[in-house]
Design a protein around this ligand. Structure first.
Ligand SMILES: [Zn+2]
Length: 402
């Protein structure tokens, strides 16, 4: 048995007054005691009186096949299979170093993440738990088509879902609008029609899989809502005059319980692709202005009761590196979400959206021993979340880490 005692604690939902002594054994949390409780006889304890213990973070939107450099998705076909295995391993190490112990991959190169997960490599080290969608389903030449998920027509869409279910994915990802990472696609336009998207949802639900839909443009967001998807990525409500997020739409999203992952946060200013640059000039706004607007828009979404979860889109560009999640959570706080609620979006709520609500995202006996200890109190200052003092994944600490 091993213990972690911190002067402050967040249990995935709320602050634990007086901190906590979290006891770990055999990869599980076996007890969450008051911060002042004596350690069991012979139990070694990591003492962090000035720190905070919380559940390991969950990043609900990553691309492990992307190496976090500009143009990486355009080059995604280039690495050999061994090269891709190395990229995925390095991506996961960066998440873990930032305190992220679970990731949901929402777009890989032709099931490379699924292959990695079933390889000997994944058992050979300490890694975050990986939930994966395989290649995102997209239109011919559509958003992220280079990942290998192009289809046309309802039969092929249904077939693509069946193939993913047979291979063993955990979630189905579908691109309902164009995006900013793929030149030639239009973020404001739909890539499919409602009947086709309904086919995807039907087929996935019949196989017991949730569906999450990438949607930037307002028509795509409306289509995703009408089709009954379980989650919406970005959910930008974008029009050519800027975001158009109505109270009615927010009420409907909140009522449906749809998990919305806004993928907030940038490390620096991204280099826009031509389609993103064209949209910015149409809006007459700078990137910084759009990012600021977006933060506050997501804050209003959260205030309206929408089930917002945290995720980063990590890996797709230099401004979207792996391990960005603490910054993404800080962006939520800047958008008006309380620190406690923002931390829940990156722990218990994200874990539930990943289908892991029964074993991850909370400090609770019986849950996986995934812990993050930070130096300071993130409730008082969310910036502290980016200062990991110790990370445990399944009770194990990564080699060479803090
Ligand atoms: Zn993405």
């Amino acid at each position: 048995m091993f213990g972690v005692r911190a002067g402050s604690a967040f249990d995935g939902e709320r602050v634990v007054p007086g901190g906590a002594l979290v006891l770990l054994d055999d990869g599980r949390i076996v007890g969450v005691e008051p911060g002042s409780a004596p350690a069991p006889d012979g139990c070694e304890v990591l003492e962090v009186p000035g720190g905070t213990v919380l559940p390991g973070l969950v990043d609900a939107h990553v691309h492990l096949c992307g190496d976090g450099t500009d143009g990486t998705l355009d080059r995604i076909g280039e690495p050999s299979q061994d090269g891709m295995t190395a990229v995925i391993g390095e991506s996961l190490r960066r998440h873990l170093a930032a305190g992220v112990t679970t990731v949901r991959d929402l777009g890989d190169r032709r099931f490379a993440v699924l292959d990695w997960r079933s390889s000997a490599e994944s058992g050979g080290g300490v890694y975050p738990t990986v939930v994966t969608a395989g290649p995102p389903i997209t239109s011919v030449g559509g958003h992220c088509a280079s990942m290998g998920g192009e289809v046309a027509g309802e039969d092929q869409l249904r077939g693509a879902v069946q193939e993913r279910a047979e291979r063993g994915v955990d979630v189905v990802k579908v691109m309902t609008s164009g995006g900013f990472a793929t030149t030639g696609t239009q973020a404001l336009l739909c890539q499919f029609v409602l009947e086709e998207l309904r086919g995807v949802v039907d087929e996935a639900h019949a196989a017991g899989l949730p569906v999450t839909a990438h949607a930037h443009g307002l028509p795509a967001v409306h289509m995703a809502m009408a089709a009954g998807v379980d989650g919406i990525e970005h959910c930008s409500f974008l029009t050519d005059k800027g975001p158009s997020q109505s109270e009615e739409d927010l009420a409907r999203l909140a009522e449906a319980g749809t998990a919305v992952c806004p993928t907030l946060g940038f490390a620096g200013i991204p280099v826009p692709k031509p389609n993103a640059a064209a949209l910015l000039s149409k809006l007459g706004m700078t990137f910084e202005q759009v990012a600021e607007l977006n933060k506050r828009r997501v804050g209003r979404m959260h205030a309206a009761g929408v089930r917002v979860i945290s995720g980063t889109d990590g890996g797709i560009a230099a401004a979207k590196p792996h391990g960005l999640l603490p910054l993404s959570v800080a962006f939520l706080v800047e958008g008006g979400v309380s620190t406690v609620a923002a931390l829940a979006t990156a722990t218990s709520l994200a874990a539930a959206a990943c289908g892991l609500g029964g074993r991850k995202g909370r400090l609770r006996a019986g849950y996986d021993a995934d812990l993050l200890v930070v130096d300071g109190d993130p409730i008082a200052d969310i910036g502290v979340l980016a200062r990991p003092a110790a990370v445990f994944a399944g009770g194990r600490r990564p080699a060479g880490a803090a």
